[in-house]
Design a protein around this ligand. Structure first.
Ligand SMILES: Nc1ncnc2c1ncn2[C@@H]1O[C@H](COP(=O)(O)OP(=O)(O)OP(=O)(O)O)[C@@H](O)[C@H]1O
Ligand SMILES: [Mg+2]
Length: 317
């Protein structure tokens, strides 16, 4: 029997209230919208899954929903086979001990008045470890991310961006999580530092066999780091495939457009237009060169295009 996925996202939607003002608010579109719409995604043990898509496509929302930091309005999330969608605070804490989040901006994720060592020790303290043991674990964790142990005495503002992101990764690893969501974890770093930190993520992942959801708008990063990549467009996952396959043979017209317009920074250039997400039909149809009649009528069902390669399209290329 195949191993059950570590994370199993089943038909998850997240609804937000639209921020609206004035007459446009009264006459405009409905008061809520789906930042994530019927998303299905798995992350296997030891797997790194990339989540790519333009700004506002719902990547962060989906990542935070898997960690139960955002409530889904529909669907189910299973973690290590256990449904966690309806767990309450107490039971959630146990699950949170096995998951972690690394943010884009490490400086804002550290308390400026506490030393790096204190920040790293906090999860251990909450888990009830004695002080003597905490210090050793903090030192070992700094070593794991290739930081000198003196960094424990420093304060966040005394570190460089790269050092701080290493410390953020060390903190995420303190309780040996099975799963980490890294949300644009290298986006704010200088290009020179970025590749070092990417290599660190790769080394750590291989060393500890941690599973990752690696959120990035940089497709080069996804290609470098990920086993599989999921592409989001306006709240929908439109294509998921093994990374090599996705970049060599993208099938969804949106993925193709995304790859075709990549600039050197791995980002998509050009404008995107608004989409009426609740109208019937495919969300990508107004921009799609392969639009056929069916695209106006119904949202495409998910097709399997090969092993581990799924896409939602009526007329794939
Ligand atoms: N708490 C919230 N309340 C209302 N709308 C929200 C909230 N959080 C996010 N949104 C909206 O949901 C949509 C998806 O946002 P999200 O941050 O998940 O996108 P993203 O793909 O992570 O974008 P980026 O690449 O810019 O980080 C956007 O339209 C955003 O404005
Ligand atoms: Mg985001």
């Amino acid at each position: 029997m195949a191993e059950a996925p570590l994370v199993d996202v089943q038909n998850v939607s997240v609804r937000f209230r639209r921020r609206r003002t004035g007459l446009a608010g009264l006459l405009g579109p409905p008061a809520t919208f789906r930042a994530v719409a019927n998303a299905a995604l798995t992350v296997a043990r030891r797997e790194v899954v990339g989540l790519v898509g333009e700004s506002g496509s719902g990547k962060t929302t989906l990542g935070r929903t898997i960690l139960r930091l955002v409530e889904p309005s529909e669907g189910n999330i299973l973690f290590q086979g256990e449904p966690i969608t309806h767990l309450r605070e107490g039971a959630l804490r146990r699950v949170w001990g096995r998951m972690a989040l690394v943010f884009q901006d490490p400086l804002s994720s550290f308390n400026p008045r506490r030393s790096v060592g204190a920040a790293l020790a906090t999860p251990l303290m909450l888990a009830g470890l004695p002080k003597s043991e905490r210090q050793d674990r903090v030192a070992a964790s700094l070593q794991r991310v290739r930081l000198p142990r003196e960094v424990a005495e420093r304060f966040p503002h005394e570190l460089s961006g790269g050092q701080l992101q290493r410390a953020a990764l060390a903190r995420a690893l303190m309780l040996d999580p099975a799963f980490i969501v890294a949300d644009e974890a290298v986006s704010k770093l200088d290009v020179s530092v970025r590749s070092q930190i990417l290599n660190l993520f790769k080394d750590i992942q291989q060393e500890l066999e941690t599973s990752f959801l690696f959120i990035t708008h940089d497709l080069h990063v996804a290609r470098f780091l990920c086993d599989r990549v999921a592409v989001m467009f306006f709240g929908r996952i439109v294509e998921v495939a093994p990374a090599a396959q996705l970049f060599r043979m993208p099938r969804h017209p949106y993925t193709r457009a995304l790859l075709a317009t990549l600039d050197d920074a791995g980002e998509r250039t050009g404008q995107r237009s608004a989409v009426d997400q609740e109208a019937p039909g495919c969300i990508y149809r107004s921009q799609c060169p392969r639009r056929i009649k069916r695209c106006d009528e119904a949202h495409p069902p998910t097709l399997m295009a090969g092993p581990g390669h799924a896409l939602a399209c009526h007329n794939p290329g």
